[in-house]
Design a protein around this ligand. Structure first.
Ligand SMILES: CC(C)(COP(=O)(O)OP(=O)(O)OC[C@H]1O[C@@H](n2cnc3c(N)ncnc32)[C@H](O)[C@@H]1OP(=O)(O)O)[C@@H](O)C(=O)NCCC(=O)NCCS
Length: 186
């Protein structure tokens, strides 16, 4: 039903809108402590969150983004984004991030299928483990990740994150104890 295609620079703006201005954004922003006033600008998104390499494939060792494409009844539609990020993690470990373009698209199994597809891609590139850190309140996301084979584990930053990045990344997007740490062993 879905497939992944490598995202391009032209895709970046819509992925920003899906994340911060779709009908699930208020919920997701609130979980991340983001208010209407503090929604990151598109300039910030390009410079500090989803840099060029995600969209131009120039540094696959750091990360890459893919567009989730849905084909139903001859109709082809871009319905979300999924990415892996590795620059901050120890060897053979990568981290996934995923969001669809709106609430209508959730709950149909698309997210789980996209996770399985990307897991296959990173496994073929030599990775051993994938981590993901949803908010502990985001039950839909946690369900999807568990369906894809992710298992909850205790988070020991030094087992996953490069020493120099521990101060910046050990808390995750939802603050201390705000997330669930899930691991997929490939
Ligand atoms: C997280 C996300 C990518 C998952 O993709 P998805 O296509 O919705 O996931 P699936 O349909 O494969 O699985 C979702 C599961 O949660 C269940 N679910 C749906 N709504 C739910 C809710 N409000 N509470 C709990 N479970 C819920 C679904 O029934 C399904 O489980 P089931 O197949 O056993 O019934 C997608 O929901 C999304 O984009 N959400 C908004 C953005 C987001 O939260 N991103 C993750 C940030 S970490």
């Amino acid at each position: 039903m879905i497939e992944l295609r490598e995202a391009t620079i032209k895709d970046r703006k819509k992925t920003y809108k899906w994340l911060y201005y779709s009908d699930f954004s208020d919920y997701l922003n609130e979980l991340g402590g983001i208010t209407k006033e503090t929604i990151p600008s598109y300039e910030y998104y390009k410079k500090d969150e989803y840099m060029d390499f995600y969209f131009d494939g120039s540094q696959p060792e750091k990360g890459r983004a893919y567009i989730i494409v849905c084909r139903t009844n001859g109709k082809i539609e871009d319905i979300g984004i999924i990415s892996y990020t590795s620059f901050h993690l120890l060897d053979k470990i990568t981290e996934f991030d995923i969001w669809l373009k709106g609430l209508n698209y959730t709950g149909h199994g698309y997210g789980t299928e996209a996770l399985l597809r990307l897991a296959g891609i990173v496994r073929d590139s030599g990775y051993d483990k994938v981590i993901i850190r949803p908010s502990k309140h985001n039950k839909r996301a946690i369900n999807a990740y568990q369906k894809a084979g992710f298992v909850e584990e205790n988070f020991e930053p030094e087992n996953y994150i490069k020493t120099e990045y521990i101060p910046k990344f050990s808390d995750g997007d939802y603050g201390p104890d705000g997330d669930v740490f899930l691991v997929l062993t490939l």
